[in-house]
Design a binder for this molecule. Structure first.
Ligand code: NAD
Length: 338
């Protein structure tokens, strides 16, 4: 079987998930090199996964003839330049969300990757999750009917985010980093674009002493859809019970609910009630999706197909996020032109 030679940049929390999947679980791909500006963790990952080549700089992957595609799991502010360099070197790109941090950069990414004719996929893994895909299928098969109301929710367990997150210019804050997943879900499941947002946010837990960034840790956004219907999303940074992602779609003929996703199918009931166990991390909740999205990316390269989540999707999700940030600032609804 043909194997796509993959180089990975960024061996942090997310990069390690992708590294393990590519090295051990995806037959269509081979992890040939890893790069990280902190070279020690990169060496450790490489040695654990039997990867021969380690670079302390991204450019090593660009010059490496064995690297056919690059997975990017670095802080968002670095991605645009890396994508452009990869495209110009003819290397395919799988980039973790958010793809970049401005519409202008997103346009440059689209232009450069189109021109180079490379594949680019953005890591909105909910589109590869079996539960979300089941909901999507029901919608496409007409079982839900015309969509009236939708929602998407992301609740993170307690714990501070990576250091770079606290710098808005590097992470894009809660709207680009976290809620862009929810914006992508709303676009994908509704099959339409978002025309207007109204957002509000508060710092309820991570006050100044814990997090000096001033980025809200709780937000609610209402969204108007071009194709009709209403939607809302929220994000909570302090869910003591676990990592909780849900979505709801209510239509004229039926409804689809994607629930929190219990760890086990078994339900335990006793005199004190029902006991469920929930995933405590995104890596656990979306293990299947993180695997499938990269396997799909490798297949797209081998079979010359268009990836499931394109650079245009990556742009649309962050554009909604920027409008939501603007709405929070202005305390007023913001219209999305694109
Ligand atoms: N899809 C998801 O569910 C999901 C979950 C978590 C994170 N992410 C995304 O993945 C990306 C990385 O997040 P993370 O949590 O893994 O962050 P992280 O801080 O744990 O890891 C980032 C890594 O990038 C490395 N790095 C920084 N600058 C570099 C440079 N110039 N060259 C090479 N390496 C460099 C760091 O040393 C670090 O190892 C972010 O965009 C984040 O939003 C996605």
């Amino acid at each position: 079987m043909r194997k796509v030679g993959i180089g990975l940049v960024g061996v942090g929390a997310m990069g390690r998930v992708h590294a393990e999947n590519v090295a051990l679980k995806i037959p269509q791909a081979k992890l040939v090199a890893v790069a990280d500006s902190f070279v020690e963790p990169a060496r450790k990952v490489a040695s654990n996964l039997d990867v021969g080549t380690v670079y302390s700089d991204f450019s090593g992957l660009i010059d490496d003839k064995n690297v056919e595609a690059i997975i990017m799991a670095v802080p968002p502010y670095l991605k645009k330049d890396m994508i452009v360099k990869a495209a110009r070197a003819g290397k395919h790109v799988f980039v973790e969300k958010p793809m970049t941090l401005s519409s202008r950069d997103a346009d440059e990414i689209i232009r450069e990757t189109d021109q180079a004719g490379i594949k680019i996929q953005v890591g909105y893994q909910r589109r590869s999750d079996h539960s979300f895909r089941r909901a999507e299928r029901a919608i496409r098969e007409g079982k839900i009917g015309k969509i009236l109301m939708m929602s998407s929710h992301t609740r993170d367990p307690p714990g501070l985010s990576p250091n770079y997150y606290l710098d808005f210019a590097k992470s894009g804050g809660i709207m680009a980093d976290t809620c862009s997943h929810d914006f992508d879900v709303i676009r994908w499941l509704s099959g339409t674009e978002v025309s207007k947002v109204y957002a509000d946010g508060e710092i309820l837990v991570y006050h100044k002493e814990l997090d000096p960034s001033g980025i809200p840790d709780h937000v609610v956004v209402t969204l108007s859809l071009k194709g009709g219907g209403m939607a809302h999303i929220d994000s909570c940074a302090y869910a003591v019970y676990g990592y909780d992602v849900q979505a709801e779609v209510i239509g004229m003929k039926g409804a689809a609910f994607v629930g929190i996703g219990e760890r086990y199918a078994t339900t335990i009931l006793d005199e004190s009630g029902h006991h469920g166990e929930y995933p405590m991390s995104y890596a656990e909740r979306f293990a299947q999706a993180y695997h499938d999205e990269v396997e799909d990316f490798a297949r797209c390269i081998i079979e010359n197909k268009t990836p499931r989540v394109t650079a245009r999707d990556g742009r649309a999700a962050i554009e909604i996020g920027f409008a939501a940030d603007e709405s929070m600032k202005r305390k007023a609804p913001v219209t999305i032109s694109g």
